[in-house]
Design a protein around this ligand. Structure first.
Ligand SMILES: [Zn+2]
Length: 437
């Protein structure tokens, strides 16, 4: 009959012989559990499988197990070493082993599983290693095996999101050849499933065209063919890479980044005009500076009173009207982009696009002209956005999670470890955020 202590310990394949009180490593009370093997299969030769009855000697190992109770609990497993009597077997001797404690294992299976699950749930490897008093590499190895099992090859998404995140802080490196210091930033390209739950599919170091085509080509032809849409920032390198690797896919650039470009144009005009008029930077005394945030707000979110007061003030000081021209260009662009998901007829889209270009041409402000050129260069992808409404707002949500995951262990030195960690973290955290308008 099974003893109560054996049931209490609950480690399959071994029985508790006795438990004794000892003094722990810290001088405090501790418990020592003596185990013996309780399954007959442990006497089977790992080479030929024949059960042996010839005991060669006894050996004691100290496998580490999960803590139980407050006082430290140490384990001694008294196991037999057998001779293999099978004549054709090359193995002369073997020691008992059970599934929970395989040969040469120093940790029980349940300790490894618990540690791996805790790291996977978001704790740092070093915190878990400290709690179980196991070294960092051992905990990490078990976690990595656990994660690799969960992180199988991603299913091809109908809508793929591609974007970049910066890895770590920028660094200043000395370029010996050029004889000067250069600022270097490390980037990663992220691939996200925008048709599902916004899950991170993969991460590659760098942000070149090769980074993108390489990852996509590795997925294989059938996988690539399933991708119908690709959402990205207006980044020419990414676009040409996707055009090469996924020639059939429709590229979509979302409005969020386009509005940001328009806002940048407004800010640049404000700064330039202020310098030209005043010969210095703006201060709180200047209405353009005082309204700098209001200028970037959506036009319809300004009350009529706010709108009139703001422009009256600005135009008294900045009589050229260039800032107003840039602001109107931004609003024309927003008006055009607001057609997304409206099933607008092509004629309406053409009218609003013409109104935007026409305004930019008449304004003849360098920053506005540059904005119009960018819109022109990206028009097919912008039109695809208006027609599909696909946005990579979910990619942005994933990027936040990437940063969260990287924050737990205070940065990663090993890129492979980081990618595994980030992908598992994103897989676990289901994005419930609605698509941003
Ligand atoms: Zn054998």
């Amino acid at each position: 009959m099974e003893k109560g202590t054996t049931i209490l310990l609950g480690l399959r394949g071994v029985a508790v012989e006795r438990v004794e009180r000892v003094t722990g490593a810290d001088g405090g009370p501790a418990r020592l559990v003596h185990l013996r093997t309780a399954v007959s299969s442990a006497a089977g030769c790992p080479c030929c499988g024949v059960i042996s009855t010839s005991v060669k000697q006894y050996r004691t190992t100290r496998p580490r197990d999960l803590p139980y109770g407050e006082e430290p609990l140490a384990v001694r497993w008294h196991k037999r070493q057998y001779r293999c009597r099978e004549e054709s077997c090359p193995r002369k001797a073997f020691t008992e082993s059970i599934a929970e404690i395989p040969p040469r294992a120093r940790l029980t299976g349940r300790l490894c599983r618990k540690a791996a699950a805790e790291v996977a749930s978001g704790r740092s490897v070093s915190a878990v290693a400290a709690e179980y008093q196991v070294s960092w590499p051992v905990i990490h190895r078990h976690y990595a095996a656990h994660a690799d099992q969960l992180l199988t090859e991603p299913e091809p998404p109908a809508v793929l999101g591609i974007d970049e995140t910066r890895r770590g802080a920028p660094k200043w490196m000395h370029d010996d050849e050029a004889g000067r210091w250069v600022r270097t930033e490390r980037f990663e390209t992220n691939f996200t499933d925008l048709s599902g739950q916004g899950r991170l599919l993969g991460q590659v170091a760098g942000r070149t065209g090769k980074t993108v085509t390489g990852w996509l080509d590795d997925r294989g032809h059938a996988w690539k063919h399933q991708v119908q849409f690709v959402a990205m920032d207006p980044c020419a390198v990414y676009r040409s890479a996707v055009q090469r690797a996924l020639p059939h896919a429709v590229i979509v650039v979302d409005h969020f980044h386009l509005v940001r470009l328009a806002n940048q144009a407004v800010t640049r005009v404000r700064q330039r005009v202020t310098r030209q008029v005043l010969g210095r930077r703006g201060t709180t005394r200047e209405p353009a500076w005082a309204n700098r945030r209001r200028l970037l707000r959506a036009g319809e979110r300004l009350s009529s009173e706010q709108f009139h007061r703001m422009w009256e003030e600005i135009l008294t000081q900045e009589a050229t009207g260039e800032l107003l021209a840039a602001w109107i260009a931004k609003e024309e662009l927003r008006f055009l982009l607001s057609l997304a998901r409206q099933h607008a007829p092509q004629s309406e889209i053409s009218n609003r696009l013409f109104a935007f270009y026409d305004w930019c041409a008449r304004a003849d402000v360098p920053e506005v002209t540059r904005l119009a050129r960018t819109i022109e260069a990206w028009w097919p992808q912008i039109l695809a956005f208006i027609n599909t409404g696909i946005t990579n707002a979910r990619t942005e949500a994933t990027n936040r999670m990437i940063k969260d995951a990287a924050r737990i262990p205070y940065g990663f030195r090993n890129l492979e470890n980081q990618r595994r960690r980030v992908r598992l973290h994103c897989k676990r955290t289901i994005i419930s955020q609605p698509i941003r308008e």
